[in-house]
Design a protein around this ligand. Sequence first.
Ligand code: SP5
Ligand code: ZN
Length: 333
Amino acid sequence: MKVIYSEAHQRHAPLQEFTREGFVPYFESPQRAEVILQALREAPGFAIVAPEPHPTELLQVVHDPGYLHFLEHVYPAWVRAGEPPSGVVPVTFAQGGRCPAQLVNQAGYYSFDTTPIVGGTWEAALEAARCALTGAELLLRGERSAYVLCRPPGHHAARALCGGYCYLNNAALAAAHLEGRVALLDIDYHHGNGTHEIFYTSDQVLFLSLHADPDREYPFFWGHAGERGAGKGAGHTHNFPLPAGTGDRHYLETLDQALGFIRDFGPDFLVLSAGFDLLEGDPLGGFAVSLEGLKKIGERVAGLGLPALVVQEGGYNLNNLGPAALALLAPFC
Ligand code: SP5
Ligand code: ZN
């Protein structure tokens, strides 16, 4: 199985994030990708390949041009304006309203939380997006599966919003680049609100997400069972909010419901947003899914028999990320 990877992710390394407890060390660290890469290098059957260059116009299929301009240029403008070089962090958030003229004032217009933009964020996010687009092209050229080992992750990034450690929606970019009908299944512990928004009115991309109930868990405002798509996309979004402590049995039963919707849709391709924070022991998670459970998730998703692109999202327990990748990917090999 080909693994698309670029070390450019290392350039995105914020030191801290702002939480209810104040500033804490950044959970979404470069080591996350490094431990997964190491595990795949030591296992048989994986070939690490580099991303190919893609025209940046492809990003505009999913993202707003003003948002892309902001992401690319805000950090140097922020430092030039005398703001802290540790990173761009918004403190005021637009609720509608108008986009300010100055880049440094746009942070709260293009963010839904305090996810920082540091020097290197744009280069890393762009390279992660290229990895995902390369993965999509591998499937278009006939590969049965591929794994995008990317960071920063993408599923919280919406058309014109960053947040939740995400800037460019890697999985959404891949799904939009594939041809025909695509099922995008998100198993990250957190609701993939960005992907949900991007495809909410699409009848070409079926979005399904299993996640912690937003009534009690981040990102709080999206991902309820009643949100089912709109317009042409009505009925093409399926959210499965799950209770705290969800274990293998209930998770797999719910997954089977999601897989039923995918079979009914009859897609040409599958994109799997794979967050390993669904596992027991994740510092940001709250489920009790085991590694064996994750292997069964891989078996059932691979059992759809569709060309499949697995895209890395969250997962913050550095001790289980390598075994998690091997458990999930083995059935696709
Ligand atoms: C891609 C992804 O998984 N993003 C998740 C972003 C979650 N950010 C909010 C974290 C809330 C932290 N609660 C901390 C509990 C620590 N014991
Ligand atoms: Zn997550």
